[in-house]
Write a protein that binds this ligand. Structure first.
Ligand code: GLY
Length: 360
């Protein structure tokens, strides 16, 4: 069964398709949509090896010409040098304005390819075929694209929406467990910020989700994408509502950076969500029982809830103050008021933050 959703952005609206095995029919659908006459598929070396031939076959079966360009896997490739190398290869292949890009992979590939699409020839169409849970429920939807520079992650980029997103749930079977767990942290985030019923769904379907039961996984991904699509449609450029998607990310990013990225993004977000819930309780915004219920679900999924004891608290604080979302020295937190709703506030005292960070 295919779940189909729409990201409603006027003439830049686009569909999201969620299906077991959809990779093999991407070509046929793209041919119908007439998005481009030729595509450059961009993937890291690992994903190119796993899924490159399936996607290329689907394109050639549909009469669409395509080239596969790969780059070394990992966040270290999300930089201006790899960006420039890929841009040169597009130019050497003669990719023109009638052609398009396909991002086949996780968040690094999607962000890098999206930014290439936004800037190569001042903008060519692109589509997303996300292959990690994190990219399926978050980064492939919403048009945030970009690369890292030495001064920080995602500091150079653009808002640039894809023409379509194809989510193949079959690919999750080859995803390393840590990456699956990282994606699940973002999944839980959606329940806490926006949808109590979805949170209850996650509590009830925990075992099925961890066993990758297709029906449960598809419903889960489709709900996350629906929530994200609604938020993005209401506030594409993150001037207001979209900031709620940063729940767990303020302290999470600081923990990730202070660990020198040895704690992967999703796991840092899980820790950051629990820390934000504790702040919300300290600020008397949220009941202790709600905070405990969310922490229990995070723990039941096998995700961490505590900042590792040996991580330097002063470094975490330093990163909190230099977060790119910090405004005029003031750190804003997305804090739950109940499961399913949040507020954005900077009315958090340093002592309250210290108390949360000092737990060991
Ligand atoms: N990942 C947060 C956002 O897309 O706004």
């Amino acid at each position: 069964m295919t779940h189909t959703l729409d990201v409603g952005l006027g003439d830049r609206s686009y569909p999201i398709f969620i299906e077991d095995g959809i990779m093999a029919s991407v070509g046929a659908d793209l041919a119908k949509r007439k998005i481009a006459k030729r595509f450059a598929v961009i993937a890291d070396d690992n994903v190119a090896r796993l899924y490159g031939s399936t996607l290329l076959r689907s394109l050639s079966d549909a009469g669409i010409a395509a080239e596969l360009l790969s780059f070394p896997r990992g966040e270290a490739s999300k930089n201006l040098q790899v960006f420039a190398e890929l841009a040169s290869r597009l130019a050497q292949l003669g990719i023109d304005r009638k052609d398009g890009l396909i991002a086949l992979g996780g968040g690094v590939t999607g962000d890098l390819t999206g930014f290439l699409a936004a800037s190569y020839l001042r903008g060519i169409p692109f589509v997303q075929v996300p292959t990690t849970l994190l990219s399926q429920v978050d980064s492939s939807v919403g048009g945030k694209t970009g690369v890292d520079i030495p001064e920080g992650k995602n500091l150079v980029g653009a808002f640039y929406q894809p023409k379509a997103v194809y989510i193949d749930t079959a690919v999750l079977t080859t995803l390393p467990l840590q990456e699956l767990l990282g994606g699940l942290a973002e999944v839980i985030k959606y329940g806490v910020i926006r949808d109590f019923d979805f949170f209850v769904f996650l509590e009830r379907h925990l075992d099925k989700i961890l066993c990758l039961d297709q029906a449960s996984i598809q419903e889960m991904i489709s709900t996350c994408c629906r929530i994200k699509a609604n938020v993005v449609a209401a506030d594409e450029r993150e001037s207001d509502l979209r900031r709620i998607l940063n729940f767990g990310h303020t302290i999470g990013h600081a923990v990730e950076a202070a660990s020198d990225f040895s704690i992967i993004h999703g796991l840092a977000v899980a820790i950051g969500m629990v820390a934000a819930l504790r702040l919300a309780v300290a600020c008397e915004l949220c009941k202790k029982s709600d905070a405990g219920r969310v922490a229990a679900l995070i723990n039941a999924f096998g995700l961490p809830t505590e900042i590792p004891a040996d991580l330097d608290r002063e470094r975490i604080k330093k990163y909190l103050l230099t977060d790119k979302k910090t405004v005029a020295g003031s750190v804003f937190y997305v804090l739950p008021t109940a499961i399913g709703s949040v507020v954005i506030t900077n009315e958090v005292s340093e002592a309250q933050v210290d108390a949360v960070l000092s737990r060991r």
